[in-house]
Design a protein around this ligand. Structure first.
Ligand SMILES: [Zn+2]
Length: 310
């Protein structure tokens, strides 16, 4: 926010919540934005609220105020799951750091939300958590091992392995795994990170370099340009590594991938199978594209985190 003022709260009224039914609370914390929702046991979003705060906030009061604005659940949830950007200490319920938001460094989000919601609060990294949205409410229902992948401007993989979300302290969601020995410089300071070749900025730059009019996954899918296959191959690079290490079998893609249609999905799956076909003991990897609202998956992951703790 350039003005330094907090934008007006946006409340989106939803169908009345049935007070007798148990509901799950979810909060998504992003740089400059916080969202909250109530979700029923079938994964329907019953109520939601959203507020913004200054991205460069150095004062915790700004964060406290934004959370107090959105966490006004009309009924008491059985728990609240927080999908947080950046690094989190899930056991302590504390944000370790979020790029661009100094006030979130060391922010005790679980304690703050417990006070606001009056319910147990659990915290996890957003990209990892979306796998629980798929586990409880999406294509991963009934599975104990699979992966959930965010694509587009952000990139990351959440892995459910034998019923548990893989979330070692200090681990991250894969965007910075090295896929090229002397690749492009990354925002993290390293070179050749997966993110440098498998996110929207790479696609735009490469389309420009090749002199293409089509610059987005959707446009490239419409024109049938081979760049889309190359991009699919780059996304598959990281997934191949995940498959070789954990053999999740199923990869559920969220975000931009949905715009590429069947050809894009099939190209990622084909590359994934080619590069792991020797692993005969593993379930052959499949790629599914979730076409639900991309904005909701982190909130559903938060709701899933509550269920996973019950
Ligand atoms: Zn990096």
């Amino acid at each position: 926010m350039s003005t330094g003022e907090r934008p007006a709260l946006r409340l989106v009224p939803a169908p009345a919540v049935e007070p007798a039914a148990p509901v799950l609370g979810a909060v998504e914390l992003l740089p400059g934005r916080v969202r909250a929702a109530l979700v029923d046991l079938a994964g329907e979003l019953l109520w939601r609220a959203e507020a913004a705060y200054p991205r460069g906030a150095a004062d915790r009061g700004e964060i406290d105020a934004a959370l107090a604005e959105v966490v006004r659940f009309p009924v008491q949830p059985m728990g609240v799951g927080v999908a947080a950007a950046g690094l989190v200490d899930a056991a302590a319920g504390v944000i370790i750091e979020v790029n661009e938001v100094p006030a979130l460094h060391g922010y005790p989000i679980a304690a703050v939300l417990t006070g606001l919601a009056g319910a147990p609060v659990h915290v996890e990294h957003r990209a990892r958590l979306q796998v629980l949205g798929d586990r409880w409410f999406g294509p991963g229902r009934g599975r104990s091992t699979f992966a959930s992948v965010s694509t587009g401007e952000v990139l990351g993989v959440g892995i459910l392995y034998d019923g548990e979300v893989l979330a070692p302290p200090g681990g991250r969601s894969g965007a910075h795994m090295t896929v090229a020995a002397s690749g492009q410089p990354c925002t993290c300071g390293a070179r050749g990170c997966w993110k440098t070749v498998a996110t929207t900025p790479w696609l735009r730059a490469e389309a420009e370099r090749r002199g293409l009019g089509a610059r987005t996954v959707r446009e490239l899918a419409e024109t049938g340009d081979p760049l889309l296959e190359d991009y699919a191959g780059n996304i598959a690079l990281g997934l191949v590594n995940i498959q070789q290490l954990f053999a999740p079998g199923l990869f559920v893609l969220h975000g931009e991938a949905a715009e590429g249609g069947e050809r894009f999905r099939a190209a990622i799956e084909r590359r994934l199978r080619e590069d792991s076909s020797w692993a005969t003991g593993a379930e052959p990897p499949r790629v599914l594209v979730n076409t639900g609202a991309a904005d909701d998956i982190a909130l559903l992951g938060g709701a899933g985190l509550v269920l996973s703790h019950n």
